[in-house]
Design a protein around this ligand. Structure first.
Ligand SMILES: Nc1ncnc2c1ncn2[C@@H]1O[C@H](COP(=O)(O)OP(=O)(O)OP(=O)(O)O)[C@@H](O)[C@H]1O
Length: 315
């Protein structure tokens, strides 16, 4: 063989391999790439959670610890499964977006490897449950075989048809692989309003006994949430085998947001919209949003959900 042709052939083969192998350096550098090398930037994630998420010290601590441990493990025995619970506007979707952004920094990679299922949008008819079960299994199997480090986010879990979520049980179990597909690196997030009322009860009880928010015990809340969603018909996890078989690793409470947290959200929104931080305006909006319970007005019943529109109206 002539040396120049041989070298060119080798170079060509190397470039082709780089372009077509799923996690090659060239592909990851310039195109979207599945996060095969576990490049989750834990310090960056920590910074984002600490600086951007207000009033959720319990949730952010657990999320950070869980993701750090799972990403350190080279061969996790099961996917990481976290279930977020809390009232509307407390930051469940917001935190899930921060996780996705830190897992996949490039927009194109996020589009390919982060998968969102909205129960209302994707599974609207309870009578089609058989078909949904198959679809869901196919989606998960297909996506994990393309990229083991796939992120699945299920929102509006409380609207999920009863029994549907159990169809993904085999993929969440402790197994080496199923038909050649290894699921251990996948991450599943469930976002749920169910359990929110119980979290509020605990938080209010603490407040009434003049105990600090920081003293709310996480373990009590977690076991309460697990029992609550298992027994609640409208949780998406009613009598679920995922709960019975302990396949949900973390039940994560999102506490109700107080006046001072709403103020921080408003301040952030003003900054984001390019307005001056007007203290009087911040106080006016925050006071109008702190409305629960009606006699004490400690919490915002909509969390920070309507902050953007309130700021739009007021500026
Ligand atoms: N704890 C928080 N810290 C900072 N911003 C927050 C927080 N909670 C909510 N927000 C702001 O409010 C917006 C709406 O919150 P988000 O969608 O995360 O609420 P949610 O808990 O998912 O509500 P729902 O249960 O109705 O889906 C976010 O995009 C974010 O801007």
């Amino acid at each position: 063989l002539e040396p120049i042709t041989t070298s060119l052939a080798f170079c060509g083969a190397a470039v082709m391999w780089q372009l077509f192998s799923p996690a090659s350096w060239l592909k990851c550098r310039f195109l979207e790439c599945c996060n095969m090398k576990d490049t989750l930037d834990i310090p960056a994630l920590q910074m984002a959670l600490e600086q951007k998420v207000f009033g959720q010290h319990l949730a952010t601590q657990v999320v950070l610890k869980a993701l750090s441990a799972h990403s350190r493990d080279k061969q996790p025995r099961k996917p990481l499964v976290m279930s977020f619970h809390g009232w509307t506007g407390t930051g469940k979707t917001f935190v899930s977006k921060i996780i996705a952004r830190n897992l996949y920094q490039r927009h194109e990679a996020r589009r390919r490897f982060v998968h969102q299922y909205d129960a209302v949008l994707h599974f609207p008819h309870a009578e089609h449950i058989k078909q949904y079960k198959k679809q869901l299994q196919n989606w998960i199997r297909g996506n994990v075989s393309i990229c083991p480090r796939s992120l699945f986010i299920f929102s509006e879990m409380d609207q999920m048809p009863h029994g549907l979520i159990d169809s993904i049980m085999p993929y969440l179990s402790h197994r080496e692989a199923i038909n050649g597909v290894y699921y251990g690196k996948a991450i599943f997030l469930f976002l749920n309003n169910a359990g929110g009322d119980k979290i509020i009860e605990v938080a209010l009880d603490h407040w009434r006994r003049q105990k600090g928010r920081e003293e709310i015990p996480l373990t009590d809340l977690q076991s309460m949430l697990s029992a609550e969603i298992f027994n609640n018909r409208n949780s998406g996890f009613w009598k679920s085998k995922l709960i019975q078989n302990n396949l949900v690793d973390y039940f994560i409470p999102f506490l109700p947001l107080e006046y001072k947290h709403v103020k921080e959200c408003i301040q952030e929104e003003l900054r984001y919209q390019g307005h001056q931080e007007d203290e009087d305006l911040i106080i006016k909006i925050a006071l109008a949003m702190s409305d629960y319970p009606s006699e004490d007005r400690i919490y915002s019943s909509k969390g920070c959900k309507t902050v953007a529109s309130k700021v739009n109206l007021a500026t």
